[in-house]
Design a protein around this ligand. Sequence first.
Ligand SMILES: NC(=O)c1ccc[n+]([C@@H]2O[C@H](COP(=O)([O-])OP(=O)(O)OC[C@H]3O[C@@H](n4cnc5c(N)ncnc54)[C@H](O)[C@@H]3O)[C@@H](O)[C@H]2O)c1
Length: 366
Amino acid sequence: MTDQPDIVPVTLGARSYDVVIGEGALDSALPAIRELCGARAVVITDSTIAGLHLDTLTLALDSAGIAIDPVIAPPGEDQKSFSGLEALVDALTHAGVERGDTIIAFGGGVIGDLTGFAASVYMRGIRFIQIPTTLLSQVDSSVGGKTAINTKAGKNLAGSFHQPSLVVADTRFLATLAVGELRAGYAEIVKAALIGDAVMFGRLEALGARVLDPDHIASAIADAVRFKAAVVAEDEREAGRRALLNLGHTFAHAFEAEACGGVRHGEAVALGLALAFDWSAQEGRCPGPDADRVRAHLAAVGLPTRVRDLAGGPYDAALLAERMRHDKKNAGGSITLILAKGIGNAYIEPSIEASRLADFLEDQIA
Ligand SMILES: NC(=O)c1ccc[n+]([C@@H]2O[C@H](COP(=O)([O-])OP(=O)(O)OC[C@H]3O[C@@H](n4cnc5c(N)ncnc54)[C@H](O)[C@@H]3O)[C@@H](O)[C@H]2O)c1
């Protein structure tokens, strides 16, 4: 039997919306989609997702009296580009999308980020719905309103804050996802627990590898989305607390940049979480046993927690530290890291010396 989906509100005044999560969430959300889209909706997706799931979406929306007009992009991060944006804006114009219309992003984080950014600029801003189909996008990128494309100089350098009007995370779509993608998305769930919810971490830890089973994943997604929704409601534009969501990410971005695309984001995040806790423990900020629990749980679900386990190596400590020094969140020459005083208790540490970080990474690599 399918459980009732969870509905997590993101409370942002006039920009508030619901995230509907669970097996069959799409069916539950049809009346809300109909209200937003009317009798016709332009759906932006990629060719992989279209091949797997567009029929399901078409049938469901049709049952609610919504005809769809699909725009199908090639899959891949390359679509988050000025040329991808231009092609999408042209397609929206061609489809006759007007100022009052609502478009639908149906796919992973790439489709969500691209569609959200296009929605924020098309005719100076139209509404959009997120129907995320990867674990990463269900738990993280579809919620919070960050949209972006990449530029030649780096990832997500042109973007906007543009909240969706509804997010529908139907876990049935995850059935076709490669296990590596599933694990990578799971790193963002663990991250949420590590930042601010020790009880949630305890639940994940007790499940171990079974947490990725269809029976358990929906409630883990809902817990993580509830946590992210609260952080976003408090600090929509990342002036303070929202920066905590970068736990593990400064390490991860450095490894990803050095690996030149040879590593999944979530795998780098998993290693980054383990390193952030190791560093915190080494500095006497966090109990050592907490760092051990973090590493043990990530390893139990098959995520890398040692530098040697991460694809894309070998890595050089000095080059990694240099990448971290140039992270866009830094100010005044020293490195800002999100660290932890324990499981569920992350904080912002703004003054870390690059040379000490290089020594730490050297030890980790050895
Ligand atoms: N906006 C934010 O807050 C935020 C947060 C985190 C990440 N992101 C962005 O998200 C992007 C990564 O997202 P992603 O990991 O979802 O990758 P993705 O969108 O590239 O999807 C990964 C691959 O899986 C395929 N796919 C999608 N759904 C599938 C399904 N149900 N079954 C089988 N295959 C499926 C896609 O076609 C693609 O080839 C990055 O560009 C990143 O910058 C944004």
